[in-house]
Design a protein around this ligand. Structure first.
Ligand SMILES: Cc1cc2nc3c(=O)[nH]c(=O)nc-3n(C[C@H](O)[C@H](O)[C@H](O)COP(=O)(O)O)c2cc1C
Length: 326
């Protein structure tokens, strides 16, 4: 299959993989608010290859790979690519799972998580821990590529304790992933401090020398569409990935929408709740939704009270009746 990462002719903005956030429901909601061409790639939450490889474990873990028909329609209509992100440590299992996902699902690409700094995955030697084991990281990329005809990208960080961008990115380039998405923080920084876009720029320069064919996208602290365009211009990255920026502004991918009235915000909140209920009732906890309510309910008078009221809601019906009674 062709490497879609190489075929974009305009600045590429993507929505970052985020656990408990970028499920099929939220991806559909965000795409539904994007202007055409302003959001081009979306990712699933990170999905354990160990879990996917286990006949029982798979039932639960594979919920992360669910794609609603309504999302599928929107992906087609908006021409947005959907990438499944996987994580683990064992190359053979990566190979099996890449094959399994390719045969049983419809994704446009696979992405290997080599960036997550959370203790529970690092302790297993996975995700950002792989920055310290470049040989294994290369084996994993090769094994995954062998298991699939989909483009295999890598999302990573600039180092473990300190930036080691040139050394680490040189290794990655040797493995020829379909694209590299580089978060400008080290593992140690977690989400603290500022993402270092100078390091990302260094990585771009390096890949231009070693293998200019591999697209490199930057990630970290992009909080407006204009800022994203500036970062592309200043560093030469092929695109930018947006994570927490979407919490500040769910209309991020429609740069012309600068102010959204209260009614529009409430409408989205209700749409999100209905879609979440339809997709996850009985599977996911209702309270997960509350973190999204904070995204919609701000920037208008009375928003704080509404947020506080909704934090008390115990189920979907209480949310709907709250707004009916307004
Ligand atoms: C709630 C949350 C969940 C995340 N889950 C993942 C994940 O599943 N996979 C991944 O590669 N990164 C994950 N990340 C990291 C983001 O993809 C992104 O790299 C990071 O937030 C930096 O980008 P930002 O400054 O635009 O937020 C997560 C971040 C947040 C805030």
């Amino acid at each position: 299959m062709e490497n879609f990462w190489k075929h974009f002719s305009c600045p590429v903005f993507s929505l970052a993989p985020m656990e408990d956030v970028t499920d099929t429901v939220f991806r559909e909601i965000v795409m539904g608010m994007a202007a055409p061409g302003k959001l081009l790639v979306v990712f699933t939450e990170f999905t354990s290859v160990e879990g996917m490889n286990h006949p029982v474990g798979r039932t639960r873990v594979s919920e992360r790979l669910i794609v609603n028909e309504s999302e599928r329609d929107l992906l087609r209509k908006m021409n947005v690519k959907l990438v499944a992100q996987i994580w683990g440590r064992n190359p053979e299992i990566y190979h099996n799972v890449a094959k399994y996902i390719t045969e049983n699902y419809t994704f446009d690409g696979l992405d290997i998580n080599m960036g997550c700094p959370v203790k529970k995955v690092v302790k297993q030697g996975s995700c950002s821990a792989l920055i310290g084991e470049p040989l294994l990281a290369k084996e994993i990329i090769a094994a995954t590529k062998e298991g699939t005809n989909l483009p295999v990208s890598v999302k990573t960080r600039t180092g473990i304790k300190k930036h080691q961008t040139e050394d680490w990115i040189s290794h990655l380039l040797e493995a020829e992933p379909a694209a590299i998405i580089l978060h400008g923080r080290t593992q140690r920084m977690q989400s603290e401090g500022n993402a270092d876009w100078n390091e990302i720029k260094k990585a771009v320069q390096l890949k231009n020398q070693i293998n200019p064919n591999i697209p490199l996208h930057g990630n970290g602290d992009v909080f407006s569409y204009t800022d994203g365009l500036n970062k592309i211009e200043e560093t030469g990255v092929d695109g930018v990935m947006i994570g927490r920026g979407i919490f500040q502004n769910p209309w991020f991918f429609d740069p012309n929408k600068t102010e959204i009235a209260k009614e529009g915000r409430i409408e989205k909140l209700i749409q999100h709740t209905r879609l979440f209920e339809k997709t996850w009732a009985g599977k996911k906890n209702f309270n997960i939704l509350k973190r999204f309510y904070k995204i919609y309910l701000n920037s208008f008078e009375g928003a704080a009270k509404m947020r506080a009221d909704l934090m008390e809601a115990r189920n979907y019906s209480e949310v709907y009746s709250y707004f009916e009674m307004l």
